[in-house]
Design a protein around this ligand. Structure first.
Ligand code: NDP
Ligand code: 8X3
Length: 257
């Protein structure tokens, strides 16, 4: 397996869920971390725990990824020891609501598109030039089962995850012939803050999403991310689609036993 010691991993949406779990896995593998999210307290506490437990350098950036200008300036603002980003994980993302199209809140729609797609493109535009120049790097997208299936109430969220699938494929075409690898990890139901955010704080509705499913945990997804990152240099894991055992579609249990 490829050693990650000393490599820089940049993760957006690191204050919770899958991003936070990836931060731990990369730190345990000896990576230096650049962690980005909006919630300053959460990021600072995570960085402190990781430094203490794993002894790696962690740089935090409190940033809304919807601020595209700021995202574009990220590379030049990184301290010298974090500049050579090897592992790029554009993970920050969200779903808002499950309204059908005739009731969709357009602010929610815009927030999903800007967070899940526009900011990802901006992040790629910012960090791929140095990867191409160094002929090195690994982009690990967080897709979704919703990037392969669409469901009622998910027109916009599913569209954003289908967009990630398309972006990853195009970027793999763009970068073929370089040593840069492009991976998408596409999870099914993972119990994170995702559904609490989707249902705007309604914990009852959020919990109902995972009833009877025994959902994946963020750490399960981080395991897949780490697996892809540690394959030998000639191995490019294009995609891993990973569901909970009791799940067979984006809507969870299609058949209730
Ligand atoms: P969480 O809600 O637990 O985590 C989302 C993370 O994204 C948080 O750290 C949040 O930090 C950050 N984030 C959201 N909006 C912004 C923003 N505008 N600027 C900066 N950071 C932002 O959910 P997950 O961990 O589950 O989600 C992570 C990714 O996984 C998403 O892309 C999601 O689509 C994908 N996914 C999730 C699945 C699931 O079932 N949970 C399944 C398939 C894919 P903060 O609020 O501090 O900014
Ligand atoms: C999140 C998984 O099925 O709720 O990407 O859309 S799903």
């Amino acid at each position: 397996a490829l050693a990650l010691t000393g490599k820089v991993a940049l993760i957006t949406g690191a204050s919770s869920g899958i991003g936070e779990a990836c931060a731990w896995r990369f730190a345990e593998a000896g990576c230096k971390l650049v962690l980005i999210a909006r919630r300053e307290g959460r990021l600072a506490a995570l960085a402190e725990s990781i430094r203490r437990e794993c002894g790696v350098a962690v740089h935090t950036i409190v940033q809304d990824v919807r601020d595209l200008e700021a995202v574009g300036r990220l590379p030049e603002q990184l301290p010298e020891e974090f500049k050579d980003v090897e592992l790029l994980v554009p993970n920050a993302g969200l779903a808002l609501g499950v309204a059908p199209i005739h009731e969709t809140d357009l602010e929610d729609a815009t927030a999903m598109i800007e967070t899940n797609v526009t900011s990802v493109v901006t992040l790629l535009r910012a960090f791929t030039p140095s990867m191409v120049q160094r002929n090195h790097g690994h982009i690990i997208f967080i897709g979704s089962i919703a990037g392969h299936e669409a469901y009622s109430g998910g027109a916009v969220y599913c569209a954003t995850k289908h967009a990630i699938d398309a972006i990853a494929t195009s970027v793999r075409h763009d970068l073929v012939g370089t040593d840069i690898r492009v991976t998408t990890i596409s999870p099914g139901a993972v119990k994170t803050e995702f559904s609490v955010v989707r249902f705007k704080g309604d914990e009852g509705k959020a919990d109902a999403v995972y009833e009877g499913i025994h959902p994946l945990l963020a750490a399960d997804i981080a395991d897949n991310v780490l697996y892809a990152a540690t394959r030998p240099a000639h191995v490019q894991v294009a995609e891993i689609l990973v569901l909970a055992t009791y799940q067979c579609s984006a809507k969870g249990l299609a058949r209730v036993l």
